[in-house]
Design a protein around this ligand. Structure first.
Ligand SMILES: [Zn+2]
Length: 128
């Protein structure tokens, strides 16, 4: 197999049997805790960016780094909410007026679900 022989060549080319002159990059150990309470540690090069999450080797869940690094908020395009779209069409003042108007109609039993109409009709009859 081609890739196996390539790997063998790569390993054989450099011998780490004698460590003199081999300088190991500074490393640090980072702990991770998964939601199912599995704890594991990974070793990173000192200058490596420590990932905030790592897949738990035992259950596959996303484990959080115990080094206090929090997952970055996705800084992609912020999702446009319904509220954003609404504000593109009307000002908050306009919306307030519309809400007031609709609430009056709703309380009056003129709009809204039918069961509310009946309740309001009865109330109106009772107060009349
Ligand atoms: Zn786990």
């Amino acid at each position: 197999m081609a890739d196996r022989s390539l790997r063998g060549t790569g390993l054989g080319a450099k011998s780490f049997e004698d460590e003199t002159g081999v300088e190991f990059a500074p490393r640090r150990e980072v702990g991770f805790d998964c939601p199912r309470k599995h704890h594991f540690t990974l070793v990173f090069a000192e200058e490596a960016e420590i990932p905030a999450v790592w897949e738990c080797p035992r259950c596959g869940a996303e484990a959080l780094s115990t080094s206090g690094i929090l997952p970055e908020e996705k800084v992609e395009k912020p999702a446009r909410t319904h509220w954003d779209m609404l504000l593109e069409r009307r000002s908050e003042k306009e919306l307030e007026d519309i809400l007031k108007e609709r609430l009056e109609l709703l309380r009056d039993g003129q709009i809204g679900p039918a069961h509310l109409h009946r309740v309001n009709a009865r109330k109106r009859k009772a107060s009349a």
